[in-house]
Ligand binder design. Structure first.
Ligand SMILES: [Mn+2]
Length: 375
């Protein structure tokens, strides 16, 4: 739970379609004043249909009870929609609010609502894009690929790449797993951070990026899968750099809906029913993809081939699973060329749908499961 403001907020931001619980004395009146008439539902009404269709739903709870809140949270979870709370007066300790996206304390004079797009909603970004697969610290290959795509790289005073821009205004979209295993994780993060700041790149979070983020926050994570490499490299950087990296990774969305909904990107892909949705389940699917829970003979989790069943209109571009194939298969395409394992760093140009790639300059890491044809 994130308490958005300790000082009472007169304007409360709500991002995307969501369930908003308005709690405390005067909730009914305040909710009807702040939300549109069709958006306010009584606590006894089932919010599921409205949440499923993508409406903003506000439920006033004059006397919030844990069971009522649990039932509403379950409905939002089922519909894969985020839940925010607006609390009139101090936030009560005893309520099950731990899994909410944001809890805001509103003022005695009520509040108004500012509607923002969901974090995943970048339908306004029309490209053209250069989508790039799993970089895993391979800075040299990333620079070669950007050059081949026509980007001009900017250097910082120490001569390190910290930005890149395409003269024709193209935008890079990084598909996650920027870090771990490769030779220059810090260099990749410096370059990508600069490109994100100037709007020359967009990016989604990968499972390795998320684990590094948690490690930087001091969480107890298992140091496997090349995380040791990232931590050792980042240990040589100043505190401010590590803090900036943690901030950048925290802000990365798990998926993005681009080009008016015609293009969807997520590190491990995403089935159509979850596009534009927001929940713990959607985040896990974006980061890891659906898995059976079992592992194969190499100790790699068994992945469910969700793309086989994909029939959506949006092109879904993803990475996560190294592949030697370069093909769009009924609206889905994996562009993780396994660069860090000696494969290639792969870009897909959009809307052209053409592949551009550079071979790895070295085999930087050994994969748990072979992915390239033998020989
Ligand atoms: Mn991955």
């Amino acid at each position: 739970m994130q308490l958005r403001s300790r000082r009472a907020a007169p304007v409360v931001s709500v991002a995307g379609p969501a369930l908003v619980l308005v709690m405390g004395r005067g909730a009914d009146r305040a909710a009807h004043r702040a939300f549109r008439s069709g958006e306010v539902l009584a606590p006894a009404e089932d919010p599921a249909p409205r949440l499923a269709e993508g409406s903003l739903v506000a439920v006033p709870l004059e006397h919030p009870e844990p069971d009522t809140i649990r039932a509403l949270l379950a409905a939002a979870q089922h519909a894969d929609r985020a839940v925010d709370a607006i609390v009139l007066g101090p936030v009560p300790d005893a309520l099950p609010l731990g899994r909410l996206r944001a809890v805001t304390e509103a003022g005695d004079d009520g509040f108004s609502v500012e509607r923002l797009p969901a974090a995943s909603d970048r339908r306004d970004a029309r490209g053209p894009f250069d989508l790039i697969g799993d970089v895993h610290g391979c800075l040299e290959e990333l620079l070669l690929l950007l050059a081949r795509l026509g980007y001009e790289v900017r250097l910082d005073p120490a001569g390190r790449p910290d930005g890149a821009r395409h003269p024709e205004g193209r935008t890079v979209v990084l598909l996650g797993d920027l870090v771990d295993r490769g030779p220059d994780v810090a260099g990749v993060l410096r370059l990508v951070t600069g490109m994100l700041e100037t709007g020359d790149a967009l990016a989604v979070l990968g499972n390795h990026d998320d684990k590094l983020r948690r490690a930087l926050l001091g969480h107890d994570v298992e140091v496997t899968g090349g995380l040791d490499v990232s931590l050792a490299q980042l240990a040589r950087e100043p505190d401010a750099f590590r803090a900036a990296v943690e901030g950048v990774l925290t802000d990365l969305p798990a998926h993005l809906v681009l080009d008016d909904g015609r293009l969807v990107v997520a590190h491990a892909g995403l089935a159509e029913r979850y596009h534009g949705h927001e929940s713990a389940r959607v985040r896990a699917l974006c980061l890891y993809g659906p898995t059976t829970g079992a592992t194969d003979e190499h100790g790699v989790p068994d992945r469910v081939p969700w793309a086989d069943d994909y029939r959506g209109d949006a092109l879904v571009v993803f990475g996560h699973t190294p592949t030697a194939a370069r093909e769009v298969r009924h609206g889905t395409v994996c562009i993780d060329g396994g660069c860090v394992f000696g494969g290639a760093l792969v870009a897909l140009r959009y809307p052209e749908r053409t592949f551009v790639e550079v071979p790895a300059v070295a085999r930087h890491s050994v994969p748990a499961r072979p992915f390239l044809p033998a020989g």
